[in-house]
Ligand binder design. Structure first.
Ligand code: C2E
Ligand code: MG
Ligand code: MG
Ligand code: MG
Length: 297
């Protein structure tokens, strides 16, 4: 089975503990944890970039940075497997600091190619957010890259805000001082009240893929997306719909007033050099009439 073949691939002399059935991320993946420390030294972690596009024009407005781990024998280890481990052993602080700096530098190159301003959206884990060094890392990333804080979006989840709301309030205020914007990732899937939208200086809501994948046929998902768009409109927040895979989903979201989308339809997460090509092509594609763009006539 898959777990066994993966255990074999891991190689000789390593203790591998896979949970029975291997559903979801393993809880005690000792070999993976050991391999991670090695991977940091070997530089096996990479950043991929996924376009965030204007739903109407399809012009790329920015990119979300998504971490990848390219293991020499295991291949691509997905973030759902290694991020929780890094979060529990603290390695996320190191990886997150690297990702933030690298992403801020990378967006400068993307801007040169595009000849216009773009933004970069970076995921910040709960532990990273609570780290004493977080603001220093943020300042270093901005200083090193010369990027304006306005071009930086930090993606956090509802859960991150709820762990210690008083501390979160303080950190967010300092992010706002740097003009960085705050996005709520996976919006609507956490255990929190709407009160935090009043309390914290939030700029962007990212509608989780769970509410997008069955659009437009699911009347419940349509109602939830409409409610989020309505709420965001009244609070002057931007909305990005995640996981948009079909033309029908895009058309529906655009009709309902969702201004930004991100998903396989408009671009999968890709290495920086591929993103450069995508940026060059994007302007031409975006300028074509919709019929030509989608291949419909
Ligand atoms: P996320 O921040 O919600 O990222 C969106 C996820 O949805 C990404 O998965 C992306 O590849 C996937 N996605 C985008 N469009 C589509 C689509 O049309 N269809 C489908 N099926 N999926 C789509 P990925 O890259 O596997 O990342 C998973 C999660 O891992 C992220 O969810 C984020 O929570 C975490 N993560 C990734 N990179 C980082 C990082 O640098 N730092 C931290 N702290 N977390 C990260
Ligand atoms: Mg995200
Ligand atoms: Mg998300
Ligand atoms: Mg998500």
């Amino acid at each position: 089975d898959a777990a066994l073949s993966r255990a074999k691939e891991t190689g000789k002399g390593r203790a591998v503990v896979y949970s029975p059935g291997d559903q979801g991320p393993p809880q005690h993946d000792i070999s993976l944890e050991a391999a991670m420390f090695n991977a940091v030294r070997e530089g096996e972690f990479l950043l991929y970039y996924q376009p965030i596009v204007n739903a109407r024009s399809r012009i790329i407005e920015g990119f979300e940075t998504l971490m990848r781990w390219k293991h020499p024998t295991l291949g691509m280890v997905p973030p759902v497997r290694f991020i929780p481990i890094a979060e529990s052993n603290g390695l996320i602080n190191l990886l997150g600091a690297w990702a933030l700096k690298a992403a801020c530098m990378q967006i400068r190159q993307f801007q040169e190619v595009a000849g216009r301003e773009l933004y970069i959206s970076v995921n910040i884990s709960p532990r990273q957010f609570r780290s004493d060094r977080f603001l220093t890392v943020l300042d270093d990333a901005l200083a090193l890259s010369g990027l304006d804080g306005r071009q930086l979006v930090l993606e956090i989840t509802e859960g991150t805000l709820m762990i210690d709301p008083t501390h979160a309030e303080d950190i967010l205020a300092r992010m706002v001082e740097r003009h960085a914007r705050i996005a709520i990732d996976d919006f609507g899937t956490g255990y929190s009240s709407l009160a935090y939208l009043k309390r914290f200086p939030i700029s962007v809501l990212k509608i989780d893929r769970a509410f997008v994948k069955d659009l437009p046929s699911s009347t419940k998902d349509a109602a939830i997306c409409n409610a989020i768009l309505d709420l965001a409109g009244h609070l002057s927040l931007s909305v990005v719909a995640e996981g948009v895979e079909t033309e029908e989903q895009l058309a529906w979201l655009d009709d309902q007033g969702c201004h930004y989308v991100q998903g396989y339809l408009t671009g999968k997460p890709m290495p920086a050099n591929v993103a450069v090509t995508a940026l060059k092509e994007n302007l031409y594609t975006a300028l074509l009439p919709a019929d030509h763009r989608t291949g419909k006539s």
